[in-house]
Write a protein that binds this ligand. Sequence first.
Ligand code: SF4
Length: 291
Amino acid sequence: MLQQTQVKTVVPYFFKFTKKFKTIEALSKSNEKEILKMWEGLGYYRRARNLLACCKTLVKNYKSRLPNSIVEIKKLPGIGDYTANALLGLIYNEPRIAVDGNVKRVFSRNLNIKEKNIKFDKLIEKNKKKLFSTNRNADFVEALMEFGALICKPKDPKCLACCLNKTCKYFKSDKKIKNIRNKMIKNKNYDIFCYINKKKQIALTKNNQISFLKNFNLPEIKEANSFTKDQNWKFLKNYKNSISNLKLNINLYYKFSNKLPSKYNWYSLNDNKEFVPSFTKKILRQVSTLF
Ligand code: SF4
C-alpha cells in the first residue's frame, strides 16, 4: 500500500483491510472484485491484484508463511528488490537495507556524492560490516527509512540536530551536492467514446490494453485521432487527467445506443457497488451531466 503513496493516505485502508482480513488465509479466500472495491481511491490498482495473488500463492505453496530466502520471496507477485529486502529485514531480522528514495538521500548526503553516481548495492556490500554491526537489523531497516523521512529530509535537513553531523560530508562541505530528480512526464492525447443508454447506463469493458489501466473497466479509449468517428458521436468535453507520470489530454465523446458492443457490460452511472478506477469515475461524472 505504501508504494508511491503517503502514510496518512494509507492508514485508513490498512485498518480497513486488517480488520476485515485477520490472516493471510482469510485474504486469500477473497476475490478481486471485493479487494478492488476496498482499495478504491488508493490508486495503483495493480498492487491490490498482486496482494491477493501473493496471499493465494503463500497459502498454496508456502503454508501461509513468507519464505525467508531472497530468491523465493522475489518469486511472489509484486515483490521486487526493494520489498524483498524490506520484508526480510523487518520480519526475519536479516541484515538488509531497503533502498528507497529516503535511504538513497541519506547515503548520498553523507558522502556528498550525487545519487546517480552511487552504486548502492556495491556500496552496501563493501560496507556491510560497518552497516550491520547490530543484531537489531529489523529496527535498522526501519530506522534508516525514518531517518531519511524525518531528519535528513529532502528539503531543510535537520543537520544541527543530526547524530551524523560530525562525519557527514554534506554538512561539512562548502559545495553541497544537489540531487535533482527529473520525473519523466509524458504527455498523451486520448479520445474516449462512451456508449450510453436512456437508463443512465454506460458501456464499460475490461478488455482494453491501455497501459496505465490494463484490464480495468473503461469505455472505448483510443489515441487521439486514431479512430474515424461517424457523425453520431457527439463531443462532450475536453479535460486533463494525470496518472503517475502521464499527463493526459482527453476529448470525451458520447453516443446514445441500446446496443451493447461485444465484450462490454452496462454499468449504471449512479451505481457505486462495483469497483471502477478513479479515471473511469471521472468519465462517469462528466457523462452524468447529460441527464
Ligand atoms: S548532517 Fe544533515 S545532511 Fe548529513 S545526514 Fe545529518 S541531516 Fe543529513
